[in-house]
Design a protein around this ligand. Structure first.
Ligand code: C2E
Ligand code: MG
Ligand code: MG
Ligand code: MG
Length: 276
């Protein structure tokens, strides 16, 4: 027999679980309808060289639900995966970016991809299909992957990335340096760009540990003939550091936040585009 306290606890617990379950069902329904009804958005954040010319842009997923509010892209990706919507979401992202066609005005656009997306059985075929459908030039698309997602432990994902690279896509190693196996990944994937994680650019000095790490990541990338981009440039000091360590490109709030497509189109009108 349960005492009163235990009974209350059980009732409370099951009620909470039911609420959680209902909420999660509702969110799944919202997500599937958001994908179907184009209620998601892609924002674009420009990348600059040291002459303040635009060299490209990164596409970033946005979901603002009237009820749920802003759902951070990382969480959205994980949530979609948990509920079996990885493929649909990936399809939506690629199609949106291919339709927006900003790579017709700037040299390239970067799309973030997740190892769970790449591992989907039809991922490569889907991309091939979309490339054909929207007449995309793969050379103008950069696929960004992070090393802390255990890409190197997924032979399937590595093979698909090699095939995509073979089609002409460029590959960027995102958030470089924060995981445990950044260097291992460098040897495994046919990368073109290294994006130095924002955490290394915070101390504004080549004399600090982070500054020294950033400098050596850039130097290593250059030895391997890769381009480099410093992420999270928020101040003139950050930009100075990026220049001092000879990073090719910069990205961050100092220049622009990620922008909705119309704002992005307006924003770039005031800048020179570098084709280099
Ligand atoms: P990421 O690929 O490293 O993207 C850069 C993140 O840094 C973005 O956050 C961007 O808004 C933010 N950022 C840019 N400049 C600055 C700055 O100066 N200061 C600070 N503090 N932050 C800056 P966001 O959009 O919230 O995206 C977070 C992460 O979610 C991304 O990191 C990426 O890993 C993932 N993500 C976003 N969109 C997608 C997508 O379409 N597909 C996939 N698979 N992942 C995505
Ligand atoms: Mg990225
Ligand atoms: Mg990053
Ligand atoms: Mg990041």
């Amino acid at each position: 027999c349960l005492n009163e306290h235990q009974q209350k606890k059980i009732i409370y617990y099951s009620k909470e679980m039911t609420q959680k379950f209902v909420k999660s069902l509702k969110t799944v329904a919202k997500l599937t309808s958001a994908i179907k009804n184009d209620a998601l958005e892609m924002y674009y954040q420009p990348l600059f060289n040291h002459e303040k010319q635009i060299v490209g842009a990164e596409a970033l997923l946005r979901w603002n639900d009237p009820e749920l509010g802003f759902v951070p892209p990382n969480e959205l990706i994980k949530y979609a995966e948990k509920h079996g919507h990885t493929s649909e979401l990936a399809y939506w992202i690629f199609e949106r970016v291919f339709k927006d066609k900003i790579y017709e005005t700037i040299p390239n656009v970067s799309i973030n991809i997740d190892v769970t997306q790449v591992e989907q059985p039809n991922f490569f075929k889907t991309i091939q299909h979309l490339v054909k459908k929207y007449q995309v030039v793969p050379q103008r698309i950069i696929l960004e992957i992070t090393e802390h997602q255990a890409f190197q432990e997924s032979p399937i994902a590595v093979k698909v990335m090699e095939d995509l690279e073979g089609m002409g896509f460029k590959i960027a190693l995102d958030d470089f340096g924060v995981g445990h196996s950044a260097l291992a990944l460098l040897g495994k994937l046919p990368a073109h760009i290294v994006k130095v994680d924002a955490t290394f650019i915070t101390e504004q000095s080549t004399q600090t540990t982070n500054g020294i790490i950033a400098e050596h990541i850039v130097a290593l990338a250059k030895h391997l003939n890769l381009k480099t981009c410093c992420e999270g440039i928020e101040s003139e000091n950050d930009a100075t550091l990026a220049r001092e360590i000879h990073s090719d490109y910069m990205q961050g709030y100092l220049f622009s936040r990620p922008l909705a497509i119309h704002d992005f189109r307006q924003f770039i009108e005031n800048f020179t585009i570098s084709d280099e």
